[in-house]
Design a protein around this ligand. Sequence first.
Ligand code: C5P
Length: 209
Amino acid sequence: MIIAVDGPTASGKGTLARQLAEHFGLPVLDTGLLYRAVGYQTQLNHGDADKADDALAACDFPAALLDDPALRYETTGGLASRVSVHPAVRAALFQRQVDFANQPGGAVLDGRDIGTVIAPLADAKIFVTASAEERARRRHAEMRARGVDVTYDVVLADIHARDARDTGRADAPLVRAADAMLLDNSDMTREAALAAAIAFVEQRRADRS
Ligand code: C5P
């Protein structure tokens, strides 16, 4: 069984994907981490994330980079969103994600284009979202708890910029697949969102058997 979880930045899709993977006993891939590694490696190479050649050269990053805590930084997320615009970068990361999705037994993947490009035949697709203000509020609280000195307005502006880049790019833009469940968790607890997602996956599984 393949479960595709897509959505904008700070929507809670990563948490939901991990919880679904645990619930259904499936391996999980955070595909954003691959783009983050490319963005960070571009910087390590002193390249320019907006230049396709520089970003493509960073696609053969060492595997150990995926464990580097620097990939979680906000600045790395910004670099990831810039390198992910280049079709050559998306093509370079494509097969790795397709192979993960199609492994025996199935998998859960979260990202921006899982249900549309990487696994268009996924058994269950979920598009997780929340208002930009709610996502900014959560991201701001989480950053402040980590001791990062940042204002809510700066976080909100960054979320708007990331949304615009992710939805506006020509190649594999962030968009809800026609057959994806829309899960707007603006006014939901994590538990309620997980319960709704599990119910949807169970339903899809029953429909297909
Ligand atoms: O999900 P995360 O915030 O870690 O992703 C970082 C960036 O990588 C996103 O803003 C998006 O531009 C890009 N990305 C993508 N396709 C994916 C996953 C992430 O373009 N499947």
